[in-house]
Structures are given as structure tokens and as C-alpha cells.
Design a protein around this ligand. Structure first.
Ligand code: ADP
Length: 310
């Protein structure tokens, strides 16, 4: 079983509007509400791939209750720490071909809640063989919180795939205990190194030579329609994908992490792992739903992914 962690989940609400009027009343006919947050997207795609998954993290209030209901409806096992404050709503207004987002930053956790979750996380590790950690940290937790989770996992011999950005990601790469895998996109990689990284192979190789990446076994730099550049141990790979008709690319990185997690957990060879991760990313882009794939199309796309050792 795979443990999918979301520390700052949300209910994602989308309001489609013909026209968005400022300083006026906007009435919405169809409202879509989904359990959101990157780790929940990961959990959903893992479940759609037919692998056992347990979703965890922190939840609070009626929004937290709604998230649990949604996960139960989709048959996704979950075991979250209940916190004092209400989880967040994130609103996307879809209007005139644009998307205006209003994102709550989410609840602030107390020190005790932070410590309680680490205890819960350690307990849950006894049930799983791989962990994914996705997204931002809630307010109140120290920036090295993911590092603490990685240290606990390493003590128990459970590999962690970390997909975060900014300070929580940087802090998690600074210490001796490293995540097993990371999946930055080019923007996140550039932020991490404090310089613009372009998608040329030599440039990417140089970027990954940085000491921050020493000791991470799998580094998957996802590059949207350009596929990915990957370093596994000392070997570099360029992964290319076919040109496809994109419907909704939001959550593709999460679907990629899910594919990576499932294939690694099934001990597949490196080429198959990379092809699976790219395929689940692509399958997400051709669906309207965020963090959702149609597995009946898996083989068709899998066969079109090319992995080339450099
Ligand atoms: P993130 O969502 O984290 O920014 P990417 O945009 O790099 O991640 O997308 C992850 C993966 O999803 C890509 O490596 C690719 O397999 C697939 N993907 C994303 N956008 C596209 C696209 N426009 N065309 C084809 N595949 C895509």
C-alpha cells in the first residue's frame, strides 16, 4: 500500500460564469466541488490505477468532513489527523476563457498538532511500502517539517517521493536523509537553484550536478509537453512523449507522481517506471477533471513514450 500525504488539503470549488462582473452580483448555476490538494490528486490517481492507497494529512471543521465524505465516496481509504481549525476552500472562477483563482492559505497548526501528526505518520508507516508527500506546508509548521518526515521514514526503511516547492523542498534536500525521489518541474528547479534552468540536456545535467541533489536516487524533472529529463543514480535519461490534445493540464504533475509511485512500488524496471509516470501525466491532461485519469487508454499512450539513455 502507498501512503499519500497532503498537509494542506482543500475543497476546490469551480464556478463557471459566462461573464465575470466586478463589483456586481454574479449568479452561478453549476458548482463543482472536489476534494483537492496535490496529495489527494495523487491518491485518486493511484486508486484509479488499481493500487491500494491510504490518504493522510490534517483536516479540520466541516470542510474537513466534506473531504472525508468525498474520499469515502471514491473508496479511497483515509486516516487524517483532526485539527482545531477549519480546512480551506480554494475557488476557481472560470470565465471568458480565463481562470481567476481565490486561494485561502489554510489553517494555522499548533505545535502540538504538528507533533501529533508526526506520531500518526510514524504509526501509519507500518502499513505501507512507499510514501508520497505533495504540496505546501500549512502555516504553523517549521519549514523543515518534510525533512522530519523523511528522517522518520528512512529510519523505518520506507522510501519517500517528495513533490513540493520553495522552502519546504529546499530544506528537505539540505540534510543527510534524502527523499528517494523528487519531481520538480522546470520552474521549481529554477527556484530551487536561484537561476533560470532551460530544457537543454547539458543545462539540465549541470543543474542536477548541484550538491543539493547528491544522494537522491530518482530525480524526475517534468517538462509538460516536452516530457521529462531524469537522473537515476549516475544515469541520465531523456523521456519524450507524443503530441496530444490537452483538455485540462492541472494536476498532471500529481498524476505523474502517482504513476511513479505505483510503478516503483511494483518494482518495475526503470524504463517501465518512467513510461508509466509520463503516461499517467498525459492521461490527466486529456480529462476534464483535475487529478483524474481513464485507465482504459493507458496502453495506447504508454506505447508512444520513448526513453533514451544519454
Ligand atoms: P506540473 O503539473 O508539476 O507542472 P508538468 O506540467 O511537467 O508538471 O506535467 C507533468 C507531466 O504531465 C509531463 O511530464 C507530461 O507527461 C504530462 N503533460 C503535462 N502537460 C502536458 C502537455 N501539454 N502535453 C502532453 N503531456 C503533458
Amino acid at each position: 500500500m502507498i501512503l499519500a500525504v497532503t498537509m494542506n488539503p482543500s475543497v476546490d470549488i469551480s464556478y463557471p460564469l459566462h461573464e465575470f462582473k466586478l463589483d456586481a452580483v454574479n449568479r452561478v448555476e453549476t458548482v463543482r466541488k472536489t476534494a483537492g490538494g496535490k496529495g489527494l490528486n495523487v491518491a485518486r490517481v493511484i486508486a484509479q490505477m488499481g493500487e491500494k492507497v491510504l490518504a493522510t494529512g490534517v483536516l479540520g471543521g466541516t470542510i474537513g468532513d466534506y473531504i472525508v465524505q468525498e474520499l469515502n465516496k471514491s473508496d479511497i481509504s483515509n486516516d487524517f489527523l483532526n485539527i482545531e481549525r477549519e480546512s480551506r476552500n480554494c475557488i476557481a472562477i472560470l470565465h471568458e476563457g480565463m481562470q481567476t483563482e481565490i486561494l485561502e492559505s489554510g489553517p494555522t497548526l499548533t505545535k502540538e498538532e504538528g507533533a501529533d501528526f508526526l506520531g500518526k505518520f510514524e504509526d501509519l508507516l507500518s502499513k505501507v511500502s512507499l510514501v508520497t508527500i505533495s504540496g505546501s506546508l500549512p502555516k504553523g509548521l517549521p519549514a523543515d517539517y518534510y525533512q522530519q518526515m523523511i528522517e522518520i521514514s528512512q529510519r523505518k526503511g520506507i522510501p519517500v517521493i517528495l513533490d513540493s516547492s520553495g522552502d519546504p523542498l529546499r530544506k528537505a534536500l539540505l540534510y543527510k536523509e534524502k527523499p528517494f525521489a523528487i519531481k520538480p518541474n522546470i520552474t521549481e528547479l529554477s527556484q530551487l537553484l536561484g537561476m533560470k534552468v532551460d530544457s537543454g540536456i547539458r543545462h539540465l545535467q549541470q543543474a542536477l550536478d548541484h550538491e543539493l541533489f547528491q544522494g537522491i536516487e530518482w530525480i524526475v524533472v517534468s517538462m509538460a509537453s516536452e516530457g521529462a529529463f531524469v537522473r537515476i543514480g549516475a544515469a541520465d535519461y531523456r523521456v519524450t512523449i507524443p503530441k496530444i490534445e490537452v483538455v485540462n493540464p492541472v494536476g498532471s504533475g500529481d498524476a505523474t507522481v502517482a504513476g511513479l509511485a505505483v510503478a516503483l512500488n511494483r518494482n518495475q524496471p526503470a524504463t517501465a517506471v518512467l513510461k508509466t509516470a509520463m503516461t499517467t501525466g498525459m492521461l490527466n491532461t486529456i480529462e476534464a477533471g483535475t487529478g483524474s485519469i481513464n485507465m482504459t487508454k493507458f496502453n495506447q499512450y504508454f506505447d508512444l513514450v520513448k526513453v533514451e539513455k544519454i
